[in-house]
Design a protein around this ligand. Sequence first.
Ligand code: GYE
Length: 363
Amino acid sequence: MKKFLALALALVMVFALAACGEPATEETTPATEPAGEETTPAGEETTPAEGDTILVGFAQVGHESDWRTASTQSAYDVFNADNGYEMVFVDADQDVQKQIEALRNFIQQGVDYIILDPIQATGWDQVLTECEEAGIPVIIIDRTVDDSDKYISWVGSDFTTEGVAAGEWLKAYAEAKNIEELNILVIEGSVGASATLGRTEGFKQVADREGWNIIASQSGDFTEAGGQEVMESYCQSYAGQFNVVICQNDNEAYGAITAMDNAGVTYGVDGDVILVSFDAAKTALGLVQEGKLNACFECNPLAAPFVDEDVIQVMEAGGTPEKEIYMTETWFVAEDILESITVNGEEMPLVQVTDEVLAGRAY
Ligand code: GYE
């Protein structure tokens, strides 16, 4: 008996060691996972959930930004045993091939639902067809899939509207401040991501209509390091020629701030450059309150509760969920000089960041 126990223990240790040696990008526990929670070790078989437990596989983009951390945390907060779920989480590290492979592994594992946040907008029809043939409903969150409709629902934000909002705010702000010429640098998000495509297109619609000069528009890959690198080269190439920097996410803005500080460029409410970003993570809202960021256009990362209530629970009850579910968002500004803007014909309020706004921010 004792011998048997020792052998069993030894085997467990061998498996544990084998699991430790797996590549970091496979099924993994992100830093944000609440301590003590179980995940599926890399490469190990997942036993499909027993009884009423719903097994979901979530193929996440990566861990490139504060927004992404909040999105991952939101999934762990919802898809856990307390709520009747088990989740297999894969961080694809911004690599589309890894994300496609994750979907194929979810099919092998026989999950009940697949959640996909697609790194890029195209290239999905083949693998989504495989999911459909396996009878596994796919729920898309955040970024869109633009070349296939083989999914049950999409839950996310209207990125083009976010871009238009940034443009309409800039127009109204420049008028209020008597700034006659706008010379703009854009730091785009990851190439091919629908968030990048939408924000670029929406902002450009207003820029073209108003005849603004967009000097350059380059990808910072939605990371702080990427934003800093692009801004460093902008500061060298276009010194003294720009008065607006649009960062397509908060982390790029953090990097751009470092680069401008190093280059002696002033920005924000008291500076020479109007600085704008998207996402509205708590750190960024703090920068808006300090006046370092002039405006920040929110993108809500908390899709998981909507996936649970409006998609999975509807399906479990035999219903058909909506094909598109939009989350609501707020436009935040540093100064109390404009009350609202008109975006695509709709009047939308501008919210000044106060202590109260910051205190109520979860991420
Ligand atoms: O803006 C950025 C993240 O897809 C909307 O991805 C999301 C974007 C978000 O890396 O911070």
